[in-house]
Design a binder for this molecule. Structure first.
Ligand SMILES: Cc1cc2nc3c(=O)[nH]c(=O)nc-3n(C[C@H](O)[C@H](O)[C@H](O)COP(=O)(O)O)c2cc1C
Length: 445
């Protein structure tokens, strides 16, 4: 490799999930602020670009019970990020907030505030989650069919932008500092008024998108600065990367201005062999026999509790139609028959049990090895068009980033793939190499 690319690094504070190894004594709270602060400070010590919070608005239920791995819960994203703004100085602060259940005026105000509080470090991951079960927690219930979610999301974002852009700049100045009215008229929103906050330091917070459908990708191509994605192999990553960047070009934007950032796990040890062994142990901690059954129930859409996790995959066919087995955030399975056939091929090829198949099917890129191997794998992935960087998801909170920060980051820095210090007064847009939106209205007064 001759050209060493710059690697973008995000730190994903684990959400409701089966990533965290709860049984490890080092596994700490996902609620107490100390956990968030410690995690964020580790990311900043490692010169990461940003911290990332996912969002779950209702704990998943399966067979009428809350998922045993989710019971720790999830506090609200924006107050957590506001707290983190006070205990970090450079790190970007990215929060997932959905456009289906919220209202643009509130969200625009909250992100503008976060951007001001943090001197230009805010990012908003615009998601569209619309399942009716989650919606029951909200005023309007689980409204919005799948095909209308991105229509609302785009109009929502347009309404937020109209508010961020609404204050006017005095003649000759570049910052909107004079209150001025705004008006939004779209199929979902009829809003007019005047906002109480000046233009955010970044113009607009960095916009993330996460959602893999064609509609989701096109929404990202038109609107996002970065895409949070998920893939299992470098080949799948490259295919996504090429597809997304071509959609960005087709939308008339510059492909380099939309960063593709897959989630990735990592396991670092002294040698490659030790890391492989440790990774195997961690995977078995993450996916117990019970968890394996839960995961496969989501694909089969059937109660599989009578099956032996150490036995073969169920021979019955999946139940098609409405997903009834799991309620709350779940991976959408487009074609259950194809998904089951794929799992059967995987099991057959490797002689896997049900549990081992569930473990192997968890689609997420993993970097496993010595610090040298992991640093090389990451640089190689970015150099060969898998992504522009990664959002790392450790299996322990809050200490899980430490092995990466202490052992891999210095090697990335040595090879010129990662900054050794933050530039003075850099916004998150500056760190990511993104342009600041220029939509200034000049004062007519
Ligand atoms: C990598 C990734 C991360 C996501 N994170 C969240 C999240 O934290 N909260 C949420 O409500 N939805 C999340 N989503 C779900 C998306 O917002 C979206 O609702 C879902 O993927 C369906 O959209 P689609 O039809 O475009 O795939 C995530 C999706 C992906 C691919």
């Amino acid at each position: 490799m001759t050209d060493i690319p710059q690697v973008i690094l995000g730190a994903h504070f684990p959400g409701v999930n089966h990533t965290t190894v709860w049984s490890d004594p080092a596994s700490g709270s996902h609620i107490h602020f100390d956990s968030f602060a410690r995690f964020a400070q580790a990311a900043e010590r490692g010169k990461f670009d940003f911290l990332f919070l996912a969002e779950g608005l209702r704990l998943r239920e399966q067979g009428g019970h809350i998922h045993d791995l989710d019971v720790v819960g999830r506090p609200d994203t924006l107050p957590v990020l506001a707290g983190l703004a006070a205990v970090t100085q450079h790190l970007g602060l990215a929060g997932t907030i959905n456009a289906t259940f919220n209202e643009p005026t509130e969200v625009a105000r909250q992100f503008a505030t976060l951007d001001h509080l943090s001197a230009g470090r805010a990012a908003w991951n615009v998601v569209t989650s619309s399942d009716a079960f989650t919606g029951e927690n909200f005023r309007r219930g689980g409204y919005l069919p799948r095909d209308q979610r991105y229509v609302r999301a785009e109009e929502f974002l347009d309404a937020a932008r109209a508010q961020w852009d609404s204050w006017e700049a005095p003649a000759g100045e570049t910052a909107g500092t004079e209150p001025a009215p705004f008006q939004v008229s779209s199929t979902q929103f009829e809003i007019s008024g005047q906002v109480t906050f000046p233009r955010p330091p970044q113009g607009h917070p960095v916009i993330f998108q996460a959602g893999d459908s064609a509609a989701g990708r096109d929404f990202a191509a038109r609107n996002a600065d970065a895409v949070f994605t998920r893939h299992g192999t470098p080949e799948a990553g490259r295919a996504f990367y090429a597809d997304l960047k071509s959609r960005v070009a087709a939308a008339g934007r510059t492909p380099e201005h939309v960063k593709v950032l897959p989630g990735a796990t990592f396991v670092v040890a002294d040698t490659d062999a030790e890391a492989v062994e440790l990774a195997d142990h961690i995977r078995h901690q993450q996916v117990s026999g019970q968890t394996a059954l839960r995961l496969l129930e989501q694909v089969w859409n059937r109660d599989l509790s009578g099956y032996d996790p150490d036995g073969p995959l169920p021979e019955i066919e999946p139940e098609t139609g409405e997903t009834t087995i799991i309620q709350g955030r779940a991976r959408h399975v487009d074609d259950p028959h194809e998904a089951v056939a794929k799992l059967r091929r995987l099991a057959e090829e490797h002689g896997y049990s049900l549990r081992e198949t569930a473990i192997a099917s968890q689609a997420r890129q993993s970097f496993i090895g010595s610090p040298q191997t992991v640093a090389h794998q990451i640089i190689d992935a970015v150099a060969t068009g898998v992504s522009d960087g990664f959002i790392l998801v450790p299996h322990l909170t809050p200490s899980g980033l430490d092995p990466f920060v202490d052992r891999v980051v210095p090697l990335l820095q040595e090879r010129g793939a990662l900054r050794t210090d933050y530039p003075e007064r850099a916004t998150l847009r500056d760190l990511l190499g993104l342009p600041t939106p220029i939509t200034l209205k000049e004062s007519t007064a």
